[in-house]
Design a protein around this ligand. Structure first.
Ligand SMILES: NC(=O)C1=CN([C@@H]2O[C@H](COP(=O)(O)OP(=O)(O)OC[C@H]3O[C@@H](n4cnc5c(N)ncnc54)[C@H](OP(=O)(O)O)[C@@H]3O)[C@@H](O)[C@H]2O)C=CC1
Ligand SMILES: N[C@@H](CCC(=O)OP(=O)(O)O)C(=O)O
Length: 451
């Protein structure tokens, strides 16, 4: 039976209440069933993905779609293994629901507990990248959040197969609720849910700035935006150049299609002539197109076998290529680099290569980005690599979660007050009882148990 969008949302909202109290064992069993379902159905997933890739390649040939999108869209056997490992990593993580964050005795026998709980029903709208489905579903399931998904239209066949496999595996696990996960497939459905603030607690759009802004401007539902990554690496005059070559190469070339890849390389003028020619040769060999400011163009212009240099224009500093293209600028100082990054960047991920400890400290303090890397690649900005099992995405919001978002970004808390017929009237008037407000070293389970 195909449900209308409002029915899907209402069903997921109802299921979210039950999912919040599903036991850890049941959630882990459901996750294992999901991992197994992907492993057992590799051919089916690859076949569906092949349909999407063929359609995408046709659009690419007409110039209507980028190579970056095709790269993100492609599912390989090793990407499926990555999805399976990701789900199993989430199994290993501690269940974050029901944790006592704080415990306070208000008065003798009157105890207040602050306890973690799921947000409720979350809508996640993401790019044409099928591996997002298992990542987000496993984090949402373990953190007890019902979720309504919508992936990029180019990934329709892949997402449908992966979603159905995961959802059926989860729902067939004994003790799991049904209806907690729903799939949307059209922009119309996304537009319809924008007015469903009575049911949906949080929207997480992953995509271009324009799309995230569109969501923020058109709904009363809180929006946790995951937008573009204009990431920088600054090579300081006190850099260890052997580290600089490695980090700058990895940040640009290892997976250029993703949002944590470097888009602009900033180089201190003092070391530019020494550093840039070798770096440029490495990029040239890897097929990187370089868009250079005047000074870097002059330095590289002398190397006549470079295939791929052009002059940068102002727009380049604000461009997320998501591809093998890089803008290069020579700066006079770290301060100029910091100003450039804070001005042109997207506050996503930025790195410095230097051996000077004072500069490292200053860079971390003055760069206004969700991840700041010291002598390390921007590509590390990722939930899995940050030890979160997987990620919902990389938040470019400042509240309530920033940078790679794992389960901590999917939780809120509630207060549980345990009394014994206590009333506020006893704490008012001339004979008022006094609050003790004493910190307790207790967990909510000590006061509220099912026994
Ligand atoms: N920070 C992060 O974690 C992430 C950032 N990004 C950023 O996203 C960008 C690339 O992704 P791209 O695919 O171009 O993103 P888009 O913004 O084009 O699309 C992302 C999703 O939003 C949907 N969408 C876009 N506009 C609308 C609309 N008006 N109404 C309803 N749905 C809409 C798309 O649906 P449809 O396909 O049907 O058009 C798709 O599902 C890059 O800038 C990348 O850095 C991407 C992922 C993660
Ligand atoms: N988590 C990713 C990067 C973040 C991301 O989702 O980026 P994108 O490819 O723009 O959707 C990774 O490092 O593989």
């Amino acid at each position: 039976m195909v449900l209308e969008i409002e029915e899907k949302v209402i069903e997921a909202k109802k299921a979210s209440i039950i999912l919040a109290s599903v036991s850890t064992d049941t959630k882990n069993e459901a996750l294992e069933a999901m991992a197994q379902a992907l492993d057992d159905n590799r051919d089916k997933i690859l076949e569906a993905n092949q349909k999407d890739i063929e359609a995408a390649e046709k659009l690419k040939r007409k110039g209507e779609l980028s190579q970056a999108l095709v790269d993100r869209l492609k599912v390989s056997d090793s990407k499926i293994s990555g999805m399976i490992d990701g789900i199993r990593d989430v199994i290993k993580l501690e269940d974050p629901v029901g944790k006592t964050i704080d415990a306070l005795e208000l008065d003798q026998g009157l105890e207040l507990y602050q306890v973690s709980c799921p947000i409720g029903l979350i809508g996640v709208i993401f790019e044409a990248r099928p591996d997002v489905v298992p990542q987000v579903m496993s984090l949402c399931l373990k953190s007890g959040n019902a979720t309504i998904f919508k992936g990029g239209s180019e990934a329709l066949n892949s997402n449908r197969v992966i979603f159905d496999l995961l959802n059926e595996a989860a729902e067939s696990t004994k003790g799991m609720t049904s209806g907690a996960f729903q799939l949307m497939e059209t922009r119309e459905e996304v537009n319809d849910i924008l007015s469903m603030d009575a049911y949906i607690d949080l929207l997480i759009p992953r995509g271009s700035n324009a799309f995230v802004k569109y969501m923020q401007d058109n709904t009363k539902i809180p929006v946790l935006g995951h937008a573009d990554g204009i990431c920088h690496v600054y090579v300081d005059d006190e850099a260890d150049l052997s580290k600089a070559y490695e980090v700058c190469f990895d940040s640009k070339v290892q997976y250029p299609a993703v949002c944590n890849a470097m888009e602009t390389l900033l180089i201190n003028a003092e070391i530019a002539e020494k550093f840039l020619p070798k770096m440029a040769r490495m990029y040239d060999d890897a097929g990187v197109q370089m868009r250079c400011d005047e000074t870097s163009f002059e330095i590289l212009g002398q190397i006549d076998f470079l295939k791929s240099i052009a002059r940068a224009i102002e727009d380049d500093w604000r461009t997320e290529y998501n591809d093998l293209t890089l803008s290069i600028k020579i700066v006079e100082s770290m301060d100029e680099a910091i100003e450039h990054i804070n001005n042109y960047g997207s506050h996503h991920t930025d790195a410095i290569i230097t051996e000077n400890d004072l500069k490292k400290k200053k860079f971390t303090e003055l760069i206004d980005s969700s991840s700041v890397m010291l002598n390390a690649s921007t590509r590390f900005a990722d939930g899995f690599r940050y030890g979160k099992g997987a990620e919902v995405g990389i938040s470019t919001n400042k509240i309530h979660a920033r940078g790679p978002v794992g389960m901590e970004g999917l939780l809120i808390y509630k207060y549980i007050l345990v009394g014994n017929g206590d009333k506020v009237a006893d704490y008012a008037g001339p004979d008022a009882k006094k609050f003790t407000h004493r910190k307790l070293n207790k967990k909510v389970g000590d006061a509220v148990s099912r026994k």
